[in-house]
Structures are given as structure tokens and as C-alpha cells.
Write a protein that binds this ligand. Structure first.
Ligand code: SF4
Ligand code: SF4
Length: 243
């Protein structure tokens, strides 16, 4: 039994943590399975040693300033092994982290940003809806970089090309000339002035994404369906029964 098991909260306690969805359609066993996948990662025990609830990570966290987000809540949920809350965070909170790792100044030696990295990996590998939403736009950027070697240039930011990036894309494209006068010159490349990338570099980029598993993760997300809570091709029950 874990040292923190006596603190394990009830479902009602978890729901009270903040106004959010508690995902009652997803069985507790599935939430436990996902949390176990996070915990059994060999990095987990280097990222979490307990929590003083001091809030130093929150004070250092830029995302906590702008969102209903707290690295302290992430560390506490994992330390208490609150599978309901961890699942909720995997569907919501973890995508608000900007992965800056300012929270590494934790006096307990925790790495809340690292825990979030593990939770994101599990969310992606299991095709969670939050991962699909978060990576939808990012996936196109990866394919763009793979095929041309360059990032999205500012003049590509058109609302009809990136409808899933929300209303801010339309605002950016409407006032692009104004924004660009305020930005440093090195960000001023466009689709016509972007740099040329050699074939060798393109192949290297492709191999990096292939060898690190990034391409496989994207393919997994693309195959995930929404017919049931399993959502992931890897855990798809229909596939197991019919194959
Ligand atoms: S890594 Fe994430 S949780 Fe940690 S300080 Fe940065 S934004 Fe906050
Ligand atoms: S800084 Fe560390 S000990 Fe303090 S609240 Fe954050 S995770 Fe917990």
C-alpha cells in the first residue's frame, strides 16, 4: 500500500477540486490502467517525492498565471494516487503546461512538468480526446516541417487554413502587418522568402521523428475513433475480437 493511500479521496472529493467534467462514462478500471501506465514509467519516481503543498511551483509557473491550472494540483493528485483526478487532468489540465520547467525549483525535489510530460505521453499513446484536440494543429506543422524543413510562416496563418486554432488566427491574419512591425526581423520570413532546406536535412528530420516514435504516435492518434471510451486503436475491443 502506498504511503499516501490513507489520503485517497472519494469521487466526490475529486469532483470538488474544480468545476470540470468527471468522466463518469469511463470505467474506473480504465482510469486506473492509464495511471498505472504513468506510474510504471521509469522516470516517474525521479519526478515525484511527495508534496509539501508550499505552492512554490505555482508561484514560478507561467501557465498558472493565465489558466485555471496548478502544478501543485498535478503533484498532489499523483502523490495521493487519485485516479479520478489524474484522469480529469489528463483530459484537461496537462495541455495548459508550457513545459518551461520553472517548477523544478520545488523544495521537495519534484518535477511537476516532468509528471505532465509522462501524462501527455500516456494520453497520446492511448488516443485520449484531449490529446487529439491538442495535437490536431501540431500534426499539420510536423508534416509541414517534414516536407519542407521549415515551420509555419506568419503569412500562412489564415483562418480558413487553421480553423481548429480558434478565433485568434483570424485576428492575427487580419492585423498581420501591424504584428510584424512589432516583431524582430528574424521572424519575418514568409512562404516566398523562407530558407531552402537540403534533402539531407529533410531525411534527417524524418528519421528523427521516425526513430523517436513521434510519427507512430501521430498515426495512432489519427486512427483513434470516438465510438467508445477506449478510443485508442491499441486498446480497441472490436479490433481484438475481430482480428
Ligand atoms: S513546466 Fe509546466 S507546470 Fe512547470 S512551471 Fe512550466 S508551465 Fe508550469
Ligand atoms: S513546489 Fe513542490 S512541494 Fe511545493 S507545492 Fe509544488 S510540488 Fe508540492
Amino acid at each position: 500500500m502506498s504511503a499516501s493511500a490513507h489520503l485517497t479521496p472519494t469521487r466526490a472529493d475529486s469532483a470538488a477540486y474544480k468545476l470540470g467534467t468527471t468522466y463518469p462514462d469511463v470505467p474506473l478500471e480504465e482510469k486506473q490502467r492509464l495511471f498505472d501506465e504513468v506510474k510504471t514509467d521509469e522516470r516517474f519516481h525521479d519526478y515525484l517525492y511527495g508534496c509539501y503543498e508550499c505552492g512554490i511551483c505555482v508561484a514560478a509557473c507561467p501557465s498558472a498565471r493565465y489558466y485555471d491550472f496548478s502544478p501543485r494540483r498535478i503533484a498532489q493528485a499523483a502523490a495521493r494516487e487519485d485516479v479520478e483526478l489524474v484522469y480529469q487532468q489528463m483530459q484537461e489540465d496537462i495541455w495548459d503546461c508550457s513545459q518551461c520547467f520553472s517548477c523544478l525549483r520545488c523544495p521537495r525535489g519534484n518535477n511537476p512538468g516532468g509528471i505532465i510530460t509522462l501524462m501527455r505521453e500516456v494520453a497520446v499513446n492511448n488516443g485520449l480526446e484531449s490529446a487529439k484536440q491538442a495535437l490536431r494543429g501540431y500534426t499539420r506543422i510536423i508534416y509541414k516541417i517534414m516536407s519542407t524543413g521549415t515551420q509555419v510562416s506568419p503569412d500562412m496563418l489564415q483562418a480558413d487554413a487553421f480553423p481548429d486554432w480558434g478565433p485568434s488566427v483570424a485576428l492575427v491574419s487580419e492585423k498581420l502587418d501591424l504584428w510584424r512591425r512589432a516583431l524582430p526581423p528574424e521572424t519575418h520570413h514568409t512562404t516566398t522568402t523562407g530558407w531552402q532546406i537540403s534533402t539531407k536535412t529533410l531525411v534527417e528530420l524524418y528519421l528523427i521523428w521516425h526513430k523517436t516514435g513521434a510519427l507512430a504516435m501521430i498515426a495512432e492518434l489519427a486512427r483513434a475513433c470516438t465510438a467508445c471510451w477506449r478510443r485508442s486503436w491499441r486498446t480497441c475491443w472490436t479490433k481484438r475480437v475481430t482480428s
